[in-house]
Design a protein around this ligand. Structure first.
Ligand code: UT7
Length: 331
């Protein structure tokens, strides 16, 4: 946690976002699996999601978002000395997507690595970058959350394929004189790993004809259990960061949750005691973009004027692992 009033406060000085052009609507999904626009909207709030063209890498999606964030920060790629990409759908198992992005940007001075925290990826990556910046080890961090999760979704499984979409969000972080990160929280529970996972393609079940035949390379989820845990963990974590900074719910101006689905967000806000008027939601247009979700939502909240200078904003995330975390920001 960063003590409020710390002289070495870390903040966001640039934001960027990029989504693929191709829109997949609920009506398109009706032609692919046995589902309906009405069911998807009622259970998830999602109307459409963006899907990458074949051959696109996560670094390709991340690049325009990173360029925009650097432009807004007034920095050149050479000024960046740390790049962290939160992703669960990297270009390749190795090298990291951060290294691929570094080369494309020409950010030759940057140390680079990916961070695997599934849907908590951008929040975990921002908290990680904050540590390096606060010690003075690095000056300018580029943090990206980017996913092409559509390549890991089983498009014959209606219980999961309607939920996800592709996208990228980016931010530039550095020491700031005002505002910035006031408190952070991260948690994990590996005992629940198999509630949401991709069983194949890693060291335990490497890709093979058999693994592909068994569809092990696709995401699997126990939706009901994930739903309950997401609600509880995000509500607790959001309240934790406010309490750490000595604030209560009345001091919160805007909650920017992981955009998993509207029902999870509403249940979490109710449990935490936060009115929906203070909650930013854009899941209806993008679905669940996993690690990209919090940064994409922060970008749109800033662009739309939903958050303004001086506001107290909480980013709260939840994902496979299980993982969860929050950041309290003064905007
Ligand atoms: O980052 C976190 C990622 N995870 C999530 O966001 C998912 C969390 N879970 C959820 O949001 C919900 O559990 C779902 C939206 C996935 C499912 O909603 P639910 O209210 O929990 O439905 P359910 O799984 O209990 O299924 C109810 C019915 C079932 O039919 P029967 O067995 O009652 O006949 C399902 O087969 O709905 C059926 N169903 C569908 N029907 C139409 C499941 N998916 C669909 C679908 N279209 N796409």
């Amino acid at each position: 946690m960063t003590p409020p009033g710390s002289k070495d406060r870390i903040g966001i000085v640039g934001l960027g976002m990029n989504v693929p052009k191709k829109i997949l609507t609920n009506f398109d999904l009706e032609k692919m699996v046995e589902t309906s626009d009405a069911w998807i909207i009622e259970r998830t709030g999602i109307r459409e999601r963006r899907i990458c063209e074949p051959g696109t890498g996560t670094s390709d999606l991340a690049y325009p978002a990173a360029v925009d964030a650097l432009k807004q920060a007034g920095l050149k790629p050479q000024d960046v000395d740390l790049i962290i990409v939160g992703t669960t759908s990297p270009d390749m198992i190795f090298p990291s997507t951060a290294c691929v992005l570094q080369h494309r940007l020409g950010a030759t001075a940057a140390a680079c690595f990916d961070l695997a925290a599934a849907c908590s990826g951008s929040v975990f990556a921002m908290i990680t970058a904050q540590q390096y910046l606060q010690t003075g080890r690095y000056k300018h961090a580029l943090v990206v959350g980017a996913e092409i999760i559509s390549n890991f979704v089983d498009w014959t499984d209606r219980s999961t394929c309607v939920l996800f979409g592709d996208g990228a969000g980016a931010c530039v972080m550095t020491k700031v004189d005002r505002g910035g990160m006031l408190a952070t929280d991260m948690g994990a529970d590996g005992s629940a790993a198999e509630l949401l996972y991709i069983p194949g393609g890693g060291s335990k079940a490497p890709s093979s004809h058999a693994s592909v035949d068994q569809r092990l390379h696709y995401l699997r989820m126990n939706g009901t259990e994930v739903f309950k845990l997401a609600v509880r963990r995000m509500a607790e974590s959001a309240k934790t960061v406010l309490a750490q900074a000595g604030f209560g719910l009345k001091d919160l101006d805007c909650l920017i949750p992981h955009q998993a689905n509207t029902r999870i967000i509403q249940a979490m806000a109710k449990l935490a005691g936060i009115p929906m008027e203070k909650v930013f939601v854009n899941v209806e247009r993008y679905g669940n973009t996993s690690a990209a979700s919090n940064l994409m939502a922060l970008y749109e909240a800033a662009q739309s004027g939903a958050i303004k200078r001086g506001d107290r904003v909480v980013l709260v995330a939840f994902g496979a692992g299980l993982t969860w975390g929050s950041i309290l920001l003064e905007w």
